[in-house]
Design a protein around this ligand. Structure first.
Ligand code: 5AD
Ligand code: FES
Length: 353
């Protein structure tokens, strides 16, 4: 077996390790190895995207969800969850404020809420594109069939986030009653085929998750080649059956971020809010591990706390402008440059319709 450093060098040079090597890397990595890995990850990010960190304005537009994911605070079974829906006018107002602050990407995220029919989603996407033609619209609204994804794309949406959550079928099934692992994976392939910039991703530190499960996640990502990968630590929510479980760690999350940067050099990789929640410096640490995206919140302050996927979420009391300047400062503090452009993946171009 290769020495730890040689494994990291190989990953850096070839953007590939096989399953045994990935497992070896994850089991043997220590603090010095992690520093070396993160250095290589940052060099790789800088080579493809420079020192830029892309800003996405996040609009959490519904806290209703028909799914029952056992880790999630807004799952359908949680009677304590406070539910809200934003109207099209409210969503547009969030985008308008974001646009004035300089954002050129809007991410519409919500639970799987049947109130928003395909027709309504298409209307919302078209209205945003009409008012802000130079901006990118990202959807993050869960599993839909091919035809629905196609309609949103044709209405102007160009990106879609759908984390695979975990690539181990057994673990997936234990976390998602009534859902199908195969269907989720098929959704990701469908999104790619339609022409979206696709974001997959997973949680780190789920109860019963092993290093082998991470190897499955990494191999799946290498195969899917998504344009974006969102990963963050699992954080317990008080009203779920996982309330008493431990949260994922910053160390494991940054290790995986750096490996993903090296496996998929052109990927857009956010330093997530969950990472900023388990550690006040979590997002900075993510950026030091090769991340190059942040997603500050544009949702109306009055609803922020209600979009509670996990306990202790940061950024729920701040106005959009405060989040913008807070995030700016954090990016600059680690020697990077906030970038307000659309920030498309360098491998992507919209398919001609
Ligand atoms: N801890 C961390 N992340 C969570 N998500 C949902 N619930 C939690 C939790 N308790 C993540 C999922 C989902 C994304 C929107 O938020 O990965 O895809
Ligand atoms: Fe929202 Fe810091 S990014 S308060």
């Amino acid at each position: 077996m290769l020495e730890l450093r040689n494994l990291i060098d190989k990953l850096y040079e070839e953007n590939y390790l096989n399953k045994d090597e990935l497992l070896e890397l994850l089991s043997r990595i220590d603090d010095a190895g992690r520093d070396y890995l993160m250095e290589k990850a940052c060099m790789t990010r800088d080579r493809y995207y420079g020192k830029k960190v892309f800003m996405r304005g996040l609009v959490e537009f519904t806290s209703y969800c028909k799914r029952r994911c056992i880790y999630c605070g807004i799952n359908a079974c949680n009677r304590n969850a406070q539910r809200y829906r934003l109207s099209m006018e409210q969503i547009l107002a969030c985008c308008k404020k974001g646009h004035e602050l300089g954002y050129r990407t809007f991410v519409l995220q919500g639970g799987e809420d049947s109130f928003y029919t395909d027709e309504i989603i298409v209307k919302i996407v078209a209205a945003i594109k009409k008012e802000f033609p130079s901006c990118a619209v990202t959807l993050s609204i869960g599993e839909k069939d091919y035809g629905s994804y196609k309609r949103y794309y044709d209405a102007g949406a160009e990106r879609y986030l759908l984390r695979h959550e975990t690539a181990s079928k057994k673990l997936y099934d234990s976390l998602h009653p009534g859902m199908s692992f195969e269907n989720r994976i098929e959704c990701l392939w469908n999104l790619k085929e339609i022409g979206y910039q696709v974001g997959a991703g997973f949680m780190v530190g789920l109860p019963n998750q092993t290093l082998k499960d991470f190897v499955e996640d990494l191999c799946f990502l290498k195969k899917l080649k998504p344009h974006m990968v969102g990963i963050g630590p699992f954080i317990p929510h008080k009203d779920t059956v996982l309330a008493s479980k431990k949260a994922g760690t910053v160390k494991m999350t940054v290790t995986l971020l750096a490996i993903i940067r090296l496996l998929l050099p052109e990927v857009l990789l956010p330093a997530t809010t969950a990472l900023g929640t388990v550690d006040p410096m979590g997002r900075e640490k993510g950026l030091r591990a090769g991340a190059n995206v942040v997603m500050p919140n544009l949702s109306p302050v009055g609803v922020r706390k209600k979009y509670a996927l996990y306990d202790g979420k940061v950024c729920t009391g701040e106005e959009a402008a405060e989040c913008r300047s807070c995030i700016d400062r954090r990016i600059v503090s680690v020697g990077l440059i906030p970038d307000m452009s659309r920030g498309d993946n360098i491998l992507w171009e919209r398919k001609i319709q």
